[in-house]
Ligand binder design. Structure first.
Ligand SMILES: [Zn+2]
Length: 432
């Protein structure tokens, strides 16, 4: 029987065999909620009970943070549910990314060749199309890439790699701007993809990618951004030598607040005219100071996870009926980390991507937020903890009737009462 995942013994960035620093987080079902249920010819009933280890490793040769248990990308992406244009705030974010990229390019965009790797439904490329660029998206999910084409964004349904890149160079010529937002981290063979990018990047062209920042994942304790789709947690230190070894250079890095903490990285050929911004070395030094040039940062993250887990089980002891709030792919990490799969009776989400979260021996229905009034519970576990300021004040009736919200991260907080407010400001709540 073919397993739907494999275990790597080498670093996915530098290829070394030094992946010995490990932080064990939990185990997850191999199919994330982002995978459509009706999808897969590759799905095997025999694997339905399988849980795949979710452990964070740090390479002690290049200090790259990564997962070593990799779920088959065909399972993850062939019938992908995640659409950019429906994700909270992301479409607006791409507008500001476009402005930044345009300002880096520093000249008229009309006529430039722009390629996006993992272009999803074309939301980001639309900005470049509207600015007069010749755009092309490459997107492996069939359902989503056809939606992009319907919206007028030229899109190739394929995985991007060095082979696809050679074909693209013959058919389209070199690209002045290559984009890859929140996709590089999801690709196991980063070297091959970057080789493809180098191959199709024009002489003075720029490759700009956005990705979750590994430092922020650990320091801001963003445990729910760790799941199997997300293989790499990039820092500038390992990326710098990775690109240098491929005749490329990082010319600028910007810290951005997306997804709790991300970076936007600008890469060019090593002989391009642009000098590197001091921001690159500044971040490298910051990472070294914070222990990202050794395994110490990962070890303290492990300790933090253990103590957070203890706090959660203390807060939940004695609570009989527990609901959840927020059903995203990261919810699965928290459900399994805190061992809540058989305790949460339903999960509220006003924009659900499907009707339940499920894994071996459990199926948790996803319902609207109003359900809290219809089927009261002792406590609501706020999986969508980053949106607590927006969510909690909306449920004053539930709180007024004795309910409570448990916010698990970055540290455990319990909200029992909220003074009514119609603004987006922080809830004025009694907490413990
Ligand atoms: Zn490495």
């Amino acid at each position: 029987m073919k397993l739907p995942f494999h275990h790597r013994t080498t670093c996915c960035l530098c290829g070394s065999e030094y992946l010995e620093d490990v932080c064990e987080i939990t185990k997850l079902p191999f199919k994330s909620p982002n995978v459509g249920r009706d999808s897969s010819k590759v799905e095997s009933q025999q694997n339905a009970d399988l849980l795949v280890p979710l452990n964070l490793h740090m390479c002690s040769a290049c200090y790259h943070l990564q997962l070593a248990d990799i779920v088959d990308p065909e399972i993850q992406y062939t019938n992908y549910n995640y659409r950019t244009s429906i994700s909270v705030g992301l479409a607006k974010h791409f507008g500001s990314s476009f402005d930044q990229v345009a300002s880096f390019v520093g000249r008229e965009l009309t006529g430039l060749n722009v390629l996006e790797v993992g272009s999803n439904d074309g939301t980001y490329l639309k900005y470049f199309l509207d600015a007069g660029c010749n755009v092309l998206g490459v997107e492996p999910a069939q359902n989503i890439s056809s939606r992009a084409r319907d919206a007028g964004i030229p899109t190739l349904t394929d995985f991007f790699n060095s082979t696809t890149a050679s074909d693209l160079l013959s058919s389209h010529g070199a690209f002045d701007v290559i984009l890859a937002n929140y996709v590089l981290a999801n690709i196991e063979d980063v070297s091959d993809v970057v080789e493809g990018i180098r191959h199709v990047l024009a002489k003075e062209g720029v490759f700009v990618f956005e990705t979750q920042y590994g430092v922020d994942v650990l320091e801001n304790f963003l445990v729910d951004t760790i799941y199997h789709e997300h293989i790499s947690y990039f820092n500038v230190l390992p990326l710098k030598s990775f690109f240098e070894n491929r005749d490329l250079k990082i010319v600028d890095v910007q810290k951005i607040p997306t997804k709790g903490g991300s970076i936007r990285v600008y890469v060019q050929h090593s002989n391009a005219k642009t000098n590197s911004s001091p921001a690159v070395e500044d971040l490298v030094r910051r990472e070294e100071r914070a222990g990202f040039g050794s395994g110490s940062s990962l070890r303290s993250f492990s300790r933090q996870i253990r103590s957070n887990k203890d706090d959660i089980s203390r807060v939940l002891s004695g609570q009989n009926l527990i609901a959840g709030f927020g059903a995203s792919v990261g919810t699965m990490t928290l459900l399994h980390l805190y061992e809540l799969t058989d305790r949460v009776i339903y999960i509220c989400d006003d924009k659900p991507m499907q009707d339940s979260l499920h894994g071996p021996y459990y199926e948790i229905p996803i319902v609207s937020g109003h359900h809290l009034e219809q089927e009261p519970v002792d406590a609501v576990f706020l999986f969508a903890w980053r949106y607590s300021k927006n969510i909690i004040p909306k449920h004053h009736t539930y709180l007024a009737n004795g309910g409570q919200f448990i916010v698990p991260l970055p540290k455990v907080q319990v909200f029992r009462d909220v003074e009514l407010t119609h603004t987006d400001h922080a809830p004025d709540a009694k907490r413990e």
